[in-house]
Design a protein around this ligand. Structure first.
Ligand code: HEM
Ligand SMILES: *[C@@H]1O[C@H](CO)[C@@H](O)[C@H](O)[C@H]1NC(C)=O
Length: 432
């Protein structure tokens, strides 16, 4: 599939025009789609619609966008029983009272918290939160770190929910920006300083600015590292094609500091260090797991510019257009440098093809819809009766895809994954 896709890759000229391609694609998307799809809030939809004209940058309003890190939102380090895990955004939120300090929250805690602290659209937050509750919690709440016993124990759980840290291939995937691949490092939730430092350096070379172009280039490097170093690398339909690109775009889209000068945000090395719990001066960085923090005097996204599912769709597609290997579901077959892609048409019964994945919202459609088709395999190790979990996920996928014009995927052929130990190691037990 890599070769097939290479044919589809844009010309070198177009690739070098990537940064502007990204914003143009974004604006065209908004023009084409005046009612922001998937946005459950009519007020926000109306506000977003006002900004359809090309060339409009988001407004900046200091009072609305300032995120407090004092008083009730002062940093409090996690204690020994508090959970922190692979997501730096959620870790920072828990340290600053934007999520329960325990690191265990309900679906609503995550929707409210991500909006208040970062300006995540409620459509995207709802899906991410429900997905976490189903796959890593007890259908209503989940841990942002390791296993927590004594959640409400709904839904006929077979064991202790594993939390985000134990969600490899369900939520957490290979090719993370700063976290190591599970089968390379034995954990998938700690910062690998080599990876953080490499990203920091690229930002310095770009005038102390970590933007989407820097991130996309580093993602290419990380993808190749997984092929070269992780015999069990697996780029899964949901965690690889949807969750992983989100993790990459979130670094700039959420962590960047918004201002009237940089309404879309400027992400400096110092701000990155704060959100990633890194202290010390380059190159002598020190990582303290779980101490992620909101920097002083930091500003989130404007309320009319929340990061929604359609917005993520455009970012995901822009990265994949420039580097089609990102949408290559598949992996290494047990040895390094054996990456083999699955033909999307064979996987989806022809609903998605290498060509149409790059059209419209199909890429994120595939990610969302595949999560539902993969679910029975992944859930059978978690719940005695998977019906309630499937029903909740079906509702969440339907909501997430409602305005995206997705082709209907009604099955995936998971037999296509039988040659990938990164997949088979996992699906037998429902956890790794
Ligand atoms: C309900 C909301 C959220 C959930 C359930 C969630 C979950 C996750 C998970 C499971 C990962 C690991 C993915 C991987 O393998 O790379 C991750 C990574 C990440 N998340 Fe979140 N997240 C949420 C919201 C946020 C927010 C608001 C931010 C804002 C900064 C954020 C920033 C990131 C980043 C930057 C990474 C990549 C970490 C790295 O490897 O460097 N997330 N998240
Ligand atoms: C965010 O930008 C504003 C305006 O330039 C600046 O005053 C503030 O210090 C910045 N915050 C951080 C954390 O860099």
């Amino acid at each position: 599939m890599l070769t097939k896709l290479a044919v589809l890759a844009l010309s070198a000229q177009q690739i070098s025009a990537f940064p502007s391609l990204l914003s143009e694609a974004f604006l065209n998307k908004r023009n084409a789609d005046p009612a922001p799809a998937g946005s459950p809030c009519p007020h926000m939809a109306a506000e977003l619609a006002k900004r359809q004209a090309p060339g409009v940058t988001p407004p900046f309003n200091a009072a609305e966008q300032y995120v407090s890190n004092v008083g009730a939102n002062q940093f409090v380090a996690p204690g020994p029983t508090d959970q922190r895990g692979p997501c730096p955004g959620l870790n920072a939120m828990a340290n600053h009272g934007y999520l329960p300090h325990s690191g265990v929250g309900t679906i609503n805690d995550f929707i409210t918290g991500t909006q208040t602290a970062f300006g995540m659209g409620p459509d995207l937050a709802s899906f991410l939160a429900v997905y976490g509750a189903i796959f890593d919690g007890d259908l209503t709440s989940y841990s942002i770190g390791g296993p927590v016993a004594g959640l409400l124990n709904l839904g006929g759980l077979l064991g202790t929910p594993q939390g985000l840290s134990g969600s490899h291939n369900k939520y957490e995937g290979d090719v993370s920006p700063t976290r190591g691949d599970l089968y390379e490092y034995g954990n998938d939730y700690l910062v690998q300083l080599s990876q953080f430092t490499a990203l920091y350096e690229l930002g310095q070379q770009n005038g102390d600015s970590i933007d989407l172009n820097v991130l996309t280039n580093y993602r290419v490097t990380r993808f190749q590292q997984s092929i070269s170093n992780n015999p069990y690398f697996f780029n899964a339909p949901f965690s690889g094609v949807l969750a992983s690109p989100a993790a990459w775009s979130f670094i700039y889209r959420f962590m960047a500091n918004k201002s009237s000068e940089y309404p879309e945000g400027l992400l400096t090395g110092d701000v990155l260090k704060s959100f990633y719990s890194i202290t010390g001066d380059y190159p002598n960085f020190k990582y303290t797991p779980g101490y992620e923090s909101f920097p002083n005097n930091w500003y989130k996204r404007n309320p009319v510019d929340y990061y929604t599912i359609p917005y993520l769709s455009v970012d995901t597609l822009a990265m994949a257009l420039a580097h089609p290997q990102f949408l290559s579901v598949g992996g290494n077959t047990g040895k390094t440098n054996t990456f083999t892609g699955v033909d999307p048409a064979a996987l989806t019964g022809g609903v998605f093809t290498a060509q149409n994945l790059l059209q419209g919202n199909n890429l994120v459609c595939f990610g969302f819809e595949a999560s539902l088709q993969e679910a029975p395999d992944l859930l059978s190790g978690l719940y005695s009766d998977i019906a309630a979990a499937i029903a909740a996920l079906t509702t969440a996928v339907n909501k997430a895809t409602a305005g995206l014009g997705c082709p209907k995927l009604s099955e995936i052929d998971t037999a296509q994954f039988s040659n990938y130990p990164g997949y088979t190691k996992l699906s037998k037990t429902g956890t790794y």
